[in-house]
Design a protein around this ligand. Sequence first.
Ligand SMILES: *[C@@H]1O[C@H](CO)[C@@H](O)[C@H](O)[C@H]1NC(C)=O
Ligand SMILES: *[C@@H]1O[C@H](CO)[C@@H](O)[C@H](O)[C@H]1NC(C)=O
Ligand SMILES: *[C@@H]1O[C@H](CO)[C@@H](O)[C@H](O)[C@H]1NC(C)=O
Length: 202
Amino acid sequence: MVASVLKTQSFIIFLILFFITIISSFSRLTVAYGYSKLFGKYISPSSRGLKREKLSHLHFYLHDVLSGKNVTAIRVVDGKPSTNSSSQFIFGDVYVIDDPLTIEPDINSKTVGKAQGTYTVASQGELSLLMVTNFAFTEGKYNGSTLSVLGRNEVLSAVREIPIVGGSGVFRFARGYAQVRTQSINQARAIVEYNVFVFHYR
Ligand SMILES: *[C@@H]1O[C@H](CO)[C@@H](O)[C@H](O)[C@H]1NC(C)=O
Ligand SMILES: *[C@@H]1O[C@H](CO)[C@@H](O)[C@H](O)[C@H]1NC(C)=O
Ligand SMILES: *[C@@H]1O[C@H](CO)[C@@H](O)[C@H](O)[C@H]1NC(C)=O
């Protein structure tokens, strides 16, 4: 009785080992012949230099200059023919920007980067923009790094919030938000205060 139980047990163990051997040699074979050559696999975050997550707060002013000297925002799509609206910003307008980001509200203060991308007038009611923009920084440890900004900017509200959806350089794997307040605005230019809060690793 005891002997037959032992026999059955060792037979089961033998079977398990047998199948493990078969499966592992089969997978080695398929790798060798390229049948299951992987294009993706799990790696450890530290192998990419990703250690502790940090939170940065960036504070700067964006200058959107629409007319006069040194224009930084140009309209590349005109919504007017479709709407016959007489306001300055018209549903359907698309602007391309290369707006300086400065450390003080004065445009001649130190430049810390540029906002490069587009905004689209995406609302038929209140003035609301779709921002699709990169912030490219040129100062200190952020020099050469970018943040990708994508979201809704309801221009006339006191504080609005725009998501930060990614980044490069020190901002790899970034995510966060920008709190945005208009400092001053007229037909020719806007000065906009940005407080950016962003999680990143480097
Ligand atoms: C335009 O840019 C030039 C060169 O950077 C600068 O000297 C000038 O002061 C700027 N003009 C205005 C109105 O900002
Ligand atoms: C805009 O105005 C023009 C000229 O008055 C007219 O021909 C056109 O149909 C109008 N378009 C719309 C969308 O109202
Ligand atoms: C930023 O990086 C560029 C390219 O490496 C370099 O030419 C420039 O001097 C740097 N600027 C600052 C302010 O460190």
